[in-house]
Structures are given as C-alpha cells and as structure tokens.
Write a protein that binds this ligand. Structure first.
Ligand SMILES: CC(C)(COP(=O)(O)OP(=O)(O)OC[C@H]1O[C@@H](n2cnc3c(N)ncnc32)[C@H](O)[C@@H]1OP(=O)(O)O)[C@@H](O)C(=O)NCCC(=O)NCCS
Length: 166
C-alpha cells in the first residue's frame, strides 16, 4: 500500500448553515441526491452537510488540487447502510473529472473519516495505491461492476450547468 495523498478540511457549521439559508440552490449544486437523502431533515443537517463539503475539499487536497479542479458533485460521500449489517462508516465515490484526476494519480482506494459538532465539521481523506505483483492488471476505480459509472452518468446530467461556487 502506498499513500498518494492526504487532505483535511474544517468547516464552520454556523457559517455554512447561514450560507445554505441565504442560497438554498447551493444544496443541489454541491450535494448529490443520495447525500441529501442521507442527511435528510435531521436536526444536525447543517453540520452533516458541512462535513460532506469538508470531505469534498479534503479530497481535492488529497488529489493535490485546489477548489475548482472538479465539481463538488463529482465527489460523493456514501455511507454503508446503518440498518443492515454494515457499520455506517463513510466512503467516497468519484465521478467524471474527479475520477479522471484520481485515475491519473493512480488512486485505487479512498479512506475518509468525518466528525462534526454544532460548531465545526472536519474531514480527513487519504488516497491510496494498492501494490500489485508484476504483470497484474490495473483495475481502475469506477469499473462498471461497482455501480459507479451509472452514478457518474446520473450526476453528470445534473452538474453540467453553472459553477459550484459563485
Ligand atoms: C462511529 C462513532 C464513533 C461516531 O462518533 P460520534 O462522536 O457520535 O460522532 P462524530 O461527529 O465524531 O462522527 C460522526 C460521523 O462518523 C461517521 N461514522 C459513522 N459510523 C462510523 C463507523 N462505523 N466508522 C467510521 N466512521 C463512522 C459518519 O460519517 C458520521 O457522520 P454523518 O452521520 O454525518 O455521516 C460512534 O457512533 C460509535 O462509536 N459507533 C459505534 C461503534 C463503531 O462503529 N465504531 C467504529 C469507529 S471507531
């Protein structure tokens, strides 16, 4: 295993909540339907969206790129289903430009950790390349059986207009 990049970001929850109230359209410009469904109308909704925003910025840092390198919608925070046997731990799915940047960097796996209080939301993201024996084929992230390409097509339809941040 080789660590290719690490990113961290912290977001002020009250400022983010105020931004969402002032510019509600930002929600659908920055967050996928699955992310918005996951957060729902929960009491800590602003903090949970803030931490997802932090994760997107942290991912851009881990890629060695800044804001604007890809659309926020190209990076999705997904969670293993809490109601099933899975733990509820978050992970990342990258699409479109973010996926291309990750492939160009050689990223095979992402690790993400989130935490939030009423004040601050923090995300840490690590990009990893998996060691392979000589001659083993490289399986790029986003292979068709992961369902990622279907998701990429879905968000692609939603993210072609306008920039994420004005
Ligand atoms: C997971 C856990 C540590 C979260 O701690 P917390 O102080 O309640 O909340 P934090 O703000 O620090 O973290 C919340 C985030 O942790 C993440 N999380 C949830 N379950 C997780 C898990 N099993 N592993 C890693 N991260 C997890 C989520 O992304 C969550 O944010 P979200 O609800 O907006 O998606 C706590 O719920 C717990 O102990 N759960 C049961 C044990 C467990 O699964 N532990 C594994 C991690 S040590």
């Amino acid at each position: 295993m080789t660590v290719l990049g690490v990113g961290v970001d912290a977001v002020d929850v009250e400022r983010f909540r105020a931004l969402l109230e002032r510019r509600p359209a930002i929600k659908t410009r920055m967050f996928t339907e699955a992310e918005l469904d996951d957060v729902g109308g929960s009491k800590s909704g602003a903090a949970r969206l803030a931490v997802r925003f932090a994760a997107k910025e942290a991912t851009m840092k881990a890629l060695g790129r800044g804001i604007g390198a890809c659309r926020f919608l190209d990076i999705e925070v997904v969670r293993s289903n809490k109601s099933g046997s899975a733990s509820g731990a978050p992970s990342l799915r990258l699409a479109r430009r973010a996926g291309e940047l990750a492939r160009a960097k050689g990223v095979d796996e992402w690790h993400v950790s989130l935490t939030h209080t009423q004040l601050v939301a923090i995300a840490v993201v690590t990009a990893e390349a998996v060691e392979r024996g000589p001659g083993s084929p490289r399986i790029p992230p986003g292979r068709p059986d992961s369902g990622q390409e279907q998701w990429a097509r879905t968000v692609g339809e939603r993210s072609d207009t306008g920039s994420d941040v004005e």
